[in-house]
Each structure stands twice: as structure tokens, then as C-alpha cells.
Write a protein of this length. Structure first.
Length: 501
């Protein structure tokens, strides 16, 4: 067991201390296995409101609330997919399930429904009810979002995606309902008011969430480990080169559930303070690898416009509440959505190992299919985006659905245009090669040339020839190539429309 550091409480080894506060009650983790999901952990303890629909983060039937460091208040209630998060990853943490939202009735009396449950009931938002606990938890997270009522009060007009109460429908983008239809569910979401002053979960936001604890949970020959500092984690990774590193577990959880992968040793990095810093300076924006996409989205609040375009197109709110940039780069997937954007932003990856840190341009990071220059035992500590940022940017994710889908192909464009001439062009592509790539030939076809239809068309031709796209069940190679060129032409049309209007 490592020595206490950073003021983070340490836990004794073994399974005895590991516990989660569930609906206000401390619940021991044992006898759950280290790979047991939070969903199974809850259901095995009789909390069967939390449902399994898909076990791969697609349906939201398993949504629960976790108390996390807040963006505008000390604590945010964050909805996550319980089917993906190992219960051991929540050791020392506090969660609320659909059962915990209602207020228990006096001695055997009927519990008093939570306002979101009440609205779902009276507006016909539930038929078979299978999806309802998950919807209710996602809805409750948005109900308690500190900025929601401010958004409603500042005179912002409601639009198709926001209610008059400031409710952001994207909060429900990870929840599927097979039978009710979404209109009554949306009606319920748009009808909830502001939390009452005495609401216990609203009051809970004013205190800090539980800090990370150091976990050493071993059972059935497998171990789940968490250290409280980066140095201790890197030392551990040196000792355990076999360990699987997890952050939000939105990729790893699918491997465990769907592909039955098991690890002898899992090391969690998602609460490491050194991986959760966000610095915005005059020369660069540095984003901690273990910040969730939701945290980055809310904390940057549009400061990096290309990232602001990426986030709503990345999975669902439930997934973004867990998914990290470190995890997206850590998978090395050629169809991950952040690499094209980060390539266009000329980002670099800060790698931390037991012997020190090094910074690698993202353009040199990927070396082959799911391979990178990251050495065994190294962690991604942060992603660094240099300033100044290009002013003309776009991210086009081509997928079969508008939200919560995997890209067939993704294009990120960042152009500096001065006096009608393209001074600099950076284009990141995903889904057209074994790794995310820069479209260097197309960039060269733009740089130094006037930003005209002819230049855009010539560069679009080079873009169509970029990479080696494949035919698969998502799209044909020809379609993928065509979409690359089309993305640049679309950006050209948008910029010239903006100038002429
Ligand atoms: C329903 C669903 C929808 C999805 N939609 C999208 C989408 O639209 N776009 C997209 O790009 N992805 C998508 N994903 C994939 C996934 O959410 C992302 O890849 C996410 O960013 C992974 O982050 P994580 O923290 O959950 O990673 P984890 O699952 O915790 O880890 C993933 C991998 O990264 C490694 N890793 C994690 N952190 C670090 C670190 N700091 N240093 C080194 N290695 C590290 C781990 O060892 C592991 O190999 C989706 C997944 C699901 C289940
Ligand atoms: S069970 Fe479908 S998202 Fe978890
Ligand atoms: S109410 Fe039946 S799936 Fe939603």
C-alpha cells in the first residue's frame, strides 16, 4: 500500500474497506468480483429499478446518478451508464438510483415521487416502464444541473432541443424507449420546475463530493487498484506491466460485457488530480486526460470552437459523462472522433512515465492499427492545444444517425484565411486509414492560394484521394471518399455565405 499523498485518504488492502454509498447507505462491495459492473452490483442487492437493456452503453436503461466534482457548484449529479462502470471504480463514491430519488413514505406508506418521476407519470411518459428508471435518472441529472434554470431565466428562447424550463434534451440522448414514444417524455422533461430549497439532492450539491480513495480490491484471483497520485500510479504500472488501465470505462466496459474480456489487474486513473487539470493560457490550452468530455465541454464553454463542434456529435450525454480524451486516444481506434479534431488543432499528447514526461505531436502518435508510440507503463497525462487557434473551423462526422452513432468517416478542418488567402490549412481525418491521419496533400493544395471555389474544388479532389477507405457495413469506400471532398466544399459554401450575407 502506498503512503498517503495529496491529502487523499488511503484504504487498507483487501476487500474489507471497499464500499459505495448507495441512496445514502454505505454498501460493501464484497462479494462482487473486481469486474462486476455497477449495474449487476445494484441488482444483486435488490435495487432492480436499474435495468439492463443492452449492456453496451446504447440504451440508458441502467442510468444512475453519481456525485462528482461540479462545474458551477461543489457537486454535480452526473448520470452514467451503470452497465459500463465497474462497481469497484466507485469505491468510496456516492450514487443514487431511481429508488433513491423518491422520498420514502412514513411507516409502510406510499413513497412520495420525485418531481421528475411525478411528471413522467402524469404526462404518460411510461408504458411498459422498462426504460423509465434510466430516463428518470438522466432527467434528474439535468433537473439538478445548476445552469439549467439560469438558462430559462435569461430570456433565451426555447428551441427544438431546449424547453422553456432550460431543460437540454441532449441530457436524454443516451436513453432509448421502445414503446411510449418520445413526445410524452419530452413533455415531462419540459414541465419540471426548479428544485425546492429543501430538496436533499439539491442541497447536497453545495458540499464537496467524496474525494477519491485509494482502492485495493482483490477477489477470485483478480484485482482492482486505484492509487491517489500520478507518481504512485506510474510506479504501480511499472510493477504490473500486465495491468489494464481504465478511465471512464466506456470502451473497457463493452469489452468486459460483450467480449467477456477479463483482466487479472485493472488500474483506475480517472480520479487522478494530475490528469484532471484544465489550463487555458495565452500559448496553449492543456486538457487533463481524465477529464470527462462533459467536464471539458462545460469548462471550456466554447473557447475552442472545433472542440465545441465535436462534443454534441460524440456519443450521448451519458457516455460523454464518463468518456475521457485519454481513453479516446488510448484505444488508438482509427474511427475515434477526437483524433481528427485534435490533429486539425495541431495538438500534442503529454505522456507521463515513471522516468518522466515527454510531449509527442499527435500527428506522430499513432503508428499503426490501434498502435501508438506510448510505451508500456506510460499514461497520457494531458492533451495540449497550441494557440492561436485557426478561426475558420468545421467538424463533419458522417454517420447513419445524427447523434449517438459511430463515424463512417470524420473530417476536421482548421483554416487561417487572411485577405482572402489561405495562410494555413490543417485537416484531420478519421475512418479512412488504419490510423487517424492528416490530409497533407489537400492542405498543400490550399495553403498560399486564394479561398475561392476553384481552390476549394482542387483541394476537395485531393481530399477524395486521401487515405485508403474501406467498404464495410457502415459505408462504401467510394461514399467515404466522396464525403471527404464534400466536407471541404460545404465549409467553403458556409464561409462564402457568411461573407455575402
Ligand atoms: C455507446 C457508445 C457510444 C460511443 N460513441 C463514440 C463516439 O461517438 N465517438 C468516439 O470516438 N467514441 C465513442 N465511443 C467509444 C468511447 O466512449 C470513447 O473511446 C471514450 O473516449 C473512451 O474513454 P474512456 O475514458 O471511457 O476509456 P476507457 O474505456 O476507460 O479506456 C479505453 C482505453 O484507453 C486506455 N486509457 C484510458 N485512459 C488512459 C490514459 N490516461 N492514458 C493511457 N491510456 C488510457 C485504456 O487502457 C483503454 O485501453 C462510444 C462508446 C460507447 C459504449
Ligand atoms: S444497459 Fe443499455 S446502456 Fe446500460
Ligand atoms: S416505456 Fe417501454 S421501453 Fe420505454
Amino acid at each position: 500500500m502506498s503512503a498517503p499523498s495529496d491529502g487523499v485518504p488511503e484504504r487498507g488492502p483487501g476487500t474489507v474497506g471497499a464500499r459505495i454509498t448507495v441512496n445514502g447507505e454505505e454498501t460493501p462491495l464484497a462479494p462482487a468480483a473486481p469486474h462486476t459492473t455497477t449495474l449487476d452490483f445494484l441488482r444483486e442487492r435488490g435495487l432492480t429499478g436499474t435495468k439492463e437493456g443492452c449492456a453496451e452503453g446504447e440504451c440508458g436503461a441502467c442510468s444512475v446518478l453519481v456525485a462528482r466534482p461540479g462545474v458551477d457548484k461543489p457537486t454535480d449529479w452526473v448520470a452514467v451508464n451503470a452497465c459500463l462502470v465497474p462497481a469497484a471504480a466507485l469505491d468510496g463514491q456516492e450514487i443514487v438510483t431511481s429508488e433513491g430519488l423518491a422520498t420514502p413514505g412514513a411507516a409502510g406508506g406510499t413513497p412520495e415521487l420525485h418531481p421528475v418521476q411525478e411528471e413522467m407519470a402524469v404526462r404518460g411518459g411510461s408504458q411498459c416502464g422498462y426504460c423509465t428508471p434510466g430516463f428518470v435518472c438522466s432527467m434528474a441529472a439535468e433537473y439538478y444541473r445548476p445552469g439549467r434554470c439560469a438558462h430559462a431565466a435569461d430570456g433565451t428562447e426555447p428551441d427544438a432541443e431546449h424547453g422553456p424550463n432550460g431543460f437540454d434534451l441532449h441530457a436524454l440522448s443516451g436513453n432509448l424507449c421502445r414503446c411510449t414514444g418520445y413526445r410524452p417524455i419530452r413533455d415531462a422533461a419540459f414541465a419540471v420546475g426548479a428544485p425546492a430549497d429543501e430538496d436533499p439532492l439539491a442541497r447536497r450539491r453545495e458540499q464537496a463530493p467524496p474525494g477519491p480513495v485509494s482502492t485495493e480490491y482483490a477477489r477470485d484471483g483478480a484485482t482492482f487498484l486505484r492509487r491517489s497520485s500520478l507518481a504512485a500510479t506510474l510506479e504501480l504500472l511499472r510493477e504490473r506491466p500486465d495491468a489494464v488501465v481504465v478511465a471512464g470505462s466506456t470502451d473497457w466496459g463493452v469489452e468486459v460485457n460483450i467480449r467477456s474480456r477479463r483482466a487479472g489487474c485493472v488500474v483506475a486513473v480517472d480520479r487522478l488530480p494530475e490528469l484532471r487539470e484544465l489550463r487555458t493560457g495565452p500559448d496553449a490550452v492543456e486538457i487533463g486526460a481524465a477529464l470527462t468530455l462533459t467536464e471539458i465541454e462545460r469548462r471550456l464553454d466554447g473557447e475552442v470552437p472545433l472542440l465545441a463542434e465535436l462534443f454534441p456529435q460524440f456519443a450521448s450525454r451519458l457516455i460523454r459523462n464518463g468518456a475521457t480524451l485519454g481513453g479516446n486516444l488510448g484505444t488508438g481506434s482509427p474511427i475515434g472522433d477526437s483524433p481528427p479534431v485534435l490533429l486539425a488543432l495541431e495538438a500534442s499528447v503529454v505522456l507521463a512515465g515513471a522516468d518522466g514526461e515527454r510531449e509527442v505531436p499527435l500527428a506522430e502518435y499513432f503508428t499503426g492499427y490501434r498502435q501508438s508510440v506510448r510505451r508500456p507503463g506510460e499514461l497520457i497525462r494531458a492533451v495540449r492545444i497550441p494557440r492561436p487557434l485557426s478561426r475558420v473551423t468545421a467538424f463533419h462526422k458522417i454517420a447513419k444517425r445524427r447523434f449517438d452513432d459511430i463515424s463512417s468517416v470524420a473530417v476536421a478542418l482548421a483554416l487561417d484565411i487572411e485577405d482572402g488567402v489561405v495562410r494555413k490549412a490543417r485537416i484531420g481525418l478519421g475512418g479512412v486509414a488504419a490510423t487517424p491521419i492528416r490530409a497533407l496533400v489537400a492542405e498543400a493544395a490550399l495553403e498560399g492560394r486564394p479561398w475561392t471555389a476553384d481552390t476549394a474544388e482542387a483541394a476537395a479532389r485531393e481530399l477524395r484521394a486521401a487515405g485508403t477507405p474501406m467498404d464495410d457495413h457502415r459505408a462504401s469506400a467510394a461514399y467515404r471518399s466522396e464525403m471527404l471532398g464534400q466536407s471541404l466544399l460545404k465549409l467553403y459554401a458556409q464561409t462564402t455565405e457568411a461573407v455575402s450575407s
